[in-house]
Design a protein around this ligand. Structure first.
Ligand SMILES: Nc1ncnc2c1ncn2[C@@H]1O[C@H](COP(=O)(O)OP(=O)(O)O)[C@@H](O)[C@H]1O
Ligand SMILES: [Mg+2]
Length: 252
């Protein structure tokens, strides 16, 4: 099992959108895939047509990793499963801090399902605390969507610094560009600067497109209603690139 976390300290960059579309593509290829919605806003849960809330089961999840698999539910799509988001997850740092090994709880939980899934996609809230530490420890890759603006570079730096300060492996961080508008000079400049300075990022990027926004109206992954659109193809390219990450191949 490989766990990808969709993470960025910034909100509105495309974490949830990317999480749902990438997970859908993995499942479509026949891989057993889980979306774990950790964000209390529960947008990934919404896109997959589930209602928010773990029905009082949330507490168990934190106390006993062996209960983790009971939270998994099927979605409308073959091979695609979900752990719903829950508003109570907004207190997750507090819940985690009560535990003995508070930084490794996610790792323990994921271990219990490692033979059941090929891929897990974790949709994260934009926070940097105990929850983030759990995510950074348990995920094999931290996919970081970046809108090519000055602030995105700053966000990347901050995440990098957090990894270095806490002795996490910075090789896990995999940035990629989203909501790219090639007509914008700044977008082009930032992306060129990334290339020239050899800052690590994936080659595939996701263009800005109003078709992506329709995911909210349709409550489904983009490939189910606009499979031949440019952003749908961009997500397919991104997924192919992810599968070929060297470390991923080593781990598989
Ligand atoms: N490539 C894109 N083009 C246009 N709009 C996008 C794109 N990606 C995301 N969006 C829109 O931007 C908003 C934030 O995206 P979302 O994935 O929810 O971000 P995050 O999870 O990082 O907060 C949503 O309304 C979404 O529909
Ligand atoms: Mg989100």
């Amino acid at each position: 099992m490989i766990a990808f976390a969709l993470y960025n300290l910034k909100g509105g960059v495309g974490k949830t959108t990317s999480c749902v579309n990438l997970a859908y593509l993995a499942a479509k290829e026949g891989y057993r895939t889980l979306v774990w919605d950790v964000d209390p806003q529960s947008s990934a849960t919404f896109y997959l047509r589930k209602s928010e809330g773990l029905n009082g089961k949330a507490k168990k999840l934190w106390e006993d990793p062996n209960q983790f698999s009971h939270l998994i539910e099927a979605t409308d799509y073959d091979n695609l499963f979900i752990i719903r988001g829950d508003l109570r997850n907004r207190n997750m740092d507090l819940m985690l801090s009560d535990l003995e090994k508070s930084k490794s709880q996610f790792k323990k939980m994921l271990k219990t399902i490692k033979n059941q899934f090929d891929y897990v996609f974790i949709d994260c809230p934009p926070v940097l605390g105990l929850l983030a530490e759990n995510i950074f420890r348990s995920a094999h890759f931290v996919l970081l969507p970046l809108i090519p603006t000055t602030l995105s570079k700053r966000a990347l730096k901050q995440v990098n610094k957090f990894f270095v300060d806490h002795l996490y492996d910075t090789r896990k961080i995999v940035p990629f560009f989203t909501q790219v508008d090639k007509r914008k000079k700044l977008h082009k400049e930032i992306m060129t600067a990334f290339k020239e300075q050899r800052l690590k990022h994936l080659r595939s990027n996701i263009p800005y497109s109003s078709t992506v926004e329709r995911m909210g109206v349709n409550q489904s992954p983009i490939h189910t209603f606009s499979s031949s659109s440019i952003p749908a193809q961009a997500y397919r390219n991104l997924w192919q690139e992810l599968k070929w990450l060297r470390k991923l191949k080593q781990l598989a």
